[in-house]
Write a protein that binds this ligand. Structure first.
Ligand SMILES: [Zn+2]
Length: 340
């Protein structure tokens, strides 16, 4: 059980005056050896089964990349995979580059992320939903995992398509502020960020619960990729069994040499690993399909619907993958710390 904040502060004060309180060991100062140790720990956690996030162990860019230096148009133009159900209640309607997940509830859909553009909404999300007998009007909530254009770009279009009952938009309070003031990434390819309707939209804080029909989505704020990245947790069902899924809401270290950001990222990854252990989370999803092998796994399910669900990697697999993410972040923090 997490220690409430006021108690933790009280304990820290007590520990300052009493000897013998157990506190986590401080990380040793950064050195070439600590970088190598974190890389080795990431390799070991990945083993041969979970190599997807080892990319994060490559040296992170020293400066925040300019959105103009990324071939956004090329990424968006990649041929999209067919939509499909990863679980009975979770449909993939994303592209080859960015994910959009439709979570079915007894009261309509929670759409996790809105893709880049109006065109992607009309070309991918609308037909993807239609393939499952669903429509934009079924979307009650659009949950934007973080305030970058590849996740919010289609949000206003979805709101417009829904007609008389537009969905509420959910973003973290921190990322609403970021998108309303100073965008971290800007590109003419992305529409303006969605405008917050305070009467309807939600500025989520860590630990908030999104309740819709029979479904509860835990909203964990996992700062790092953006300061207000949301990593949602919810139940998914397959083959008569219920599993617990976590969507890691922001992955890459594309903020440059910012040690406090990396420290926040590391703390968030380590905290989510504890939550994953406690909650026995056995499915780890992403908002970019390369990270969780969405396309390959959907194709396998399509070919053999009776197979064991390939998205269920088990609690040990989830913990190992979160360890890879954390250790790669630590390796990059120590690399940055060693630079003059
Ligand atoms: Zn992003």
């Amino acid at each position: 059980m997490p220690i409430p904040n006021h108690l933790a502060l009280g304990l820290a004060a007590l520990c300052a005056t009493l000897a013998g309180c157990s506190t986590p060991p401080a990380a040793p100062p950064a050195s070439e050896a600590t970088v190598m140790a974190h890389l080795a720990a990431a390799q070991q956690a990945a083993g041969t089964e979970y190599p997807e996030y080892l990319n994060l162990c490559k040296p992170a860019p020293l400066k925040r990349p300019d959105a103009g230096s990324v071939d956004l148009a090329g990424l968006i133009a990649r041929p999209a995979p067919p939509p499909g159900a990863a679980f009975d209640n979770l449909i993939y309607v994303g592209s080859a580059w960015v994910s959009a997940w439709a979570l079915k509830t007894s009261d309509g859909l929670v759409l996790i992320d809105a893709l880049n553009t109006v065109d992607e909404v009309e070309r991918l999300i609308v037909p993807g939903l239609a393939s499952q007998g669903l429509a934009p009007a079924d979307i009650r909530t659009v949950l934007v995992t973080h305030g970058h254009g590849d996740h919010y770009g289609g949000a206003e279009r979805l709101r417009a398509l829904a007609g008389a009952t537009p969905p509420r938009l959910v973003m973290s309070a921190l990322d609403w502020t970021m998108t309303e003031t100073q965008l971290e990434f800007a590109s003419p390819i992305w529409p303006a960020p969605p405008r917050r309707n305070p009467a309807r939209d939600l500025a989520a804080r860590d630990g908030d619960l999104l309740r819709q029909g029979d479904t509860t989505v835990q909203l964990h704020v996992t700062p790092g990729h953006t300061l207000g990245t949301i990593s949602p947790v919810f139940e998914v069902r397959a083959g008569g069994r219920t599993h617990k899924a976590l969507v890691w809401g922001g992955t890459s270290f594309n903020f440059g040499r910012d040690l406090s950001r990396l420290d926040a990222y590391i703390a968030a990854a380590d905290r989510m690993r504890e939550i994953a252990r406690r909650e026995q989370i056995d499915v780890l999803l992403s908002n970019h399909p390369a990270n969780d092998l969405t396309v390959k796994r959907l194709a396998a399910l399509r070919a053999n619907p009776a197979m064991a669900n390939p998205f269920v990697i088990g609690n040990a697999g989830v913990l190992r993958t979160l360890t890879v993410i954390s250790e790669c972040a630590k390796a990059n923090r120590d690399r940055f710390a060693l630079m003059p």
